[in-house]
Every structure is written in C-alpha cells, then in structure tokens.
Design a protein around this ligand. Sequence first.
Ligand SMILES: N[C@@H](CCC(=O)N[C@@H](CS)C(=O)NCC(=O)O)C(=O)O
Length: 247
Amino acid sequence: MAYELYYWDGIPGRGEFVRLALEEAGAKYLDVVRTSHGMSAMMEYLRGKHGYLCTPFAPPFLKDGDIIVSHVANILHYLGPKLNLVPKDEKYRIFAHGLQLTIADFVMEAHDTHHPISTDDYYEDQKDEAKARTEAFLKNRVPKFMGYFDRIIEGNPASGGYAIGGALSYVDLSLFHVSEGLAYAFPRAMKNFDSSFPRVARLRDMVRDRPNLNAYLKSDRRLAFNQSGIFRHYPELDQDPGRTGIR
Ligand SMILES: N[C@@H](CCC(=O)N[C@@H](CS)C(=O)NCC(=O)O)C(=O)O
C-alpha cells in the first residue's frame, strides 16, 4: 500500500523533508493534497473526523495503513528504518532523531525571520521585527546550528562524509534541504556558506547527485521555493556576509 503524505500544496515547506526521504528510497506515496479532493481529505483529519488517534495538530502528517504520524521528525523516525534511511542500532536511531529535532528547531527559527511576531499576521505587518530577527539569525543562529552539523559530520567515525554512520540517512537529506533553503532565502549572506561549513556543503552536493534525488529534483513533483514557504527571499532581509557570522 502506498504511503499518503498530507501537506499544503504549492510550497515545499516542511512536507519537503518527508518527500525527500520517500523519493530517495523510491517508496510509493501519494502527495494527497495535490490530488483532486485532497485538500478536503486533509481537513477531515485536522478536524478530527477520523477519530482520536488520527487527529494531528498540523501538516505534514503521514498515513500508513491505519497509522497517522505527525511532525516531520516523528515521521522520519517512523519511516527511517522502513526506508533504510537510518542505521538499525538503537543508539544511532535515537541520535538521528535528536539531530532531526535540532533541524526542526532551526526550521522554526528560519520561519521566524519573516514571521517573528505572529504566524497568523502578514510579513508586511511585522517587517521591522523581521529585520531585527533576521540579523540575529544570520549573525548567531546560522553559524551555531550549521557549525554544529559541520562538527557532527567531522566527528562521525565512519568515513563517507555523512552525519550518521557510513551511509546516507534522512538527516543528510534534511541538511541538503536546509542548505538549499538558506541559499534561496539569503543569497548574499550565504556567499561564504561553503567555506564556513565545508562538510555540510559537501554533503549537500553528494545528496543532490544521488540518482533518485536528482531525478526527483528535475521532476514536476518537486515544488520550487517561493514566498509562501519556510525559506522566503525578501531582499530587504538579506545581508552582506561581513554583517553575518558566515564569513
Ligand atoms: N513541529 C511540526 C510543525 C508543523 C507546522 O508548523 N506546520 C505548519 C505548516 S509547515 C502549519 O500548518 N501550522 C499550522 C499552525 O501552526 O497553525 C513539524 O515539524 O511538523
């Protein structure tokens, strides 16, 4: 039976972290909201029409038979062993889950650069706060998070340049997406991304070159970054590298 992914149509958003795992593994899945009546099907779950255990707070969520899994990190924790995208050893699985939760924290901070006050209000109504928030994000938070992941890859005792063990995991796929998102949102500020975080940059390139991923990126299943997703490009928020911590 095919997995069913439920996520808003039109943006890569958080759904993309799940898509990348399904695509890399060549898993059968349906991107439900992109099919006819998909949106109303998703809303039924969010409104609790399918019962207690099937009522997620927000997309993305995954349906596998009668199981509903919500939250990106939880979905990948669930899918990882099934798709062979995480080491089997529990120590490593839990470590991978921790890394993915760290990515979830970072994604929230990236989102808050354009919506620092309220998710429910327009960017245009919180532009001054967005500017201040973005400055701090580029100066301190990107270096702290990306520096951390660079050290994790460096410290991985297995060779290959991955975050965990000697083979690709869902964490690597997510780091690819985060790196691409940052480059889209802040092209000026990320000018020195590759020299600042060389191991993350190398991993990003390795992921992009994987046959399944590469085919997916060229397909119409892949949605381009745009001004409605997590990573948005507002030129007025971007910074010269000298004013960031990515130098
Ligand atoms: N922690 C959740 C966050 C889910 C989330 O914030 N989803 C967004 C779309 S990317 C949403 O629809 N949120 C609705 C809301 O917060 O009201 C995850 O990692 O999946």
